[in-house]
Design a binder for this molecule. Structure first.
Ligand code: CA
Length: 225
């Protein structure tokens, strides 16, 4: 498995490469956003570890451009910034997951494994629900002529809700099915991702909505036929 490390701080880049090489991944390091893009365009990589603060174009712009060019390589964002706004921006830009520096080697490897595992399960299929189509291989949500890329968690939440329209899913169920044993996730994470998805549904001008059922959870609601 080839991993592209995009990090302008040489010592951190080397440390990341070392951790990954120890686990038998092949790594390549680039130190700025422009190189990151040209390497990503080669499509030789199974995963991109991407720092946000970079010389030249920044990490958010790199991932946004990749998604715009339909390069679907999974992206794990790395950043020292902890503000929610940056996380949201990163995920909205099309990143699949997010890690705040500093982090433990174990956590990095677990997230890398999870992203690579998902990449290996590519199924060329889609789920349709109302005017929405969710592409299960590209993680794109399509409505008419508009489409958006979903981050990994948004995709998992959308897939679950869209596969059983009108069924109510409790926050606990979503937490268990989407986040699994991720100890950091709470019901607030579920609420945050539901709001990301609603934002994307509005962007798509979809007639499909996600309803909050008080005390019970969420469900996809389709307009009356
Ligand atoms: Ca940096």
């Amino acid at each position: 498995m080839n991993i592209l490390i995009v990090e302008d701080e040489p010592r951190l880049a080397e440390a990341l490469a070392h951790i990954l090489e120890e686990s038998d991944y092949h790594t390549e390091i680039v130190g700025n956003g422009n190189d990151a893009l040209s390497y990503a365009r080669s499509q030789l990589y199974d995963l991109v570890l991407l720092d946000i603060m970079l010389p030249g174009i920044d990490g958010l712009e790199v991932v946004r451009t990749m998604r715009h060019e339909n390069i679907s390589t999974p992206v794990l964002l790395l950043t020292a910034r902890t503000e929610t706004a940056d996380k949201v921006k990163g995920l909205d830009a099309g990143a699949d997951d997010y890690m705040t520096k500093p982090f433990e080697a174990e956590e990095l490897l677990a997230r890398v494994r999870a992203l690579l595992r998902r990449q290996g399960e590519v199924v060329f299929d889609e789920i349709t629900c109302g005017d929405l189509t969710l592409n299960l291989s590209t993680h794109e949500l399509v409505c008419g002529s508009k489409k958006v890329h979903l981050s990994h968690k948004e995709f998992e939440v959308a897939k679950l809700l869209m596969s059983s329209p009108n069924q109510v899913f409790s926050k606990e169920t979503l937490l268990n099915k989407v986040w699994g044993i991720d100890a950091d996730a709470t019901e607030n994470s579920v609420e945050a991702y539901i709001s990301f998805l609603r934002k994307k549904l509005r962007f798509l001008n979809s007639t499909v909505d996600i309803n909050t059922i008080r005390m019970l959870g969420y469900r996809i609601s389709l307009p009356e036929a």
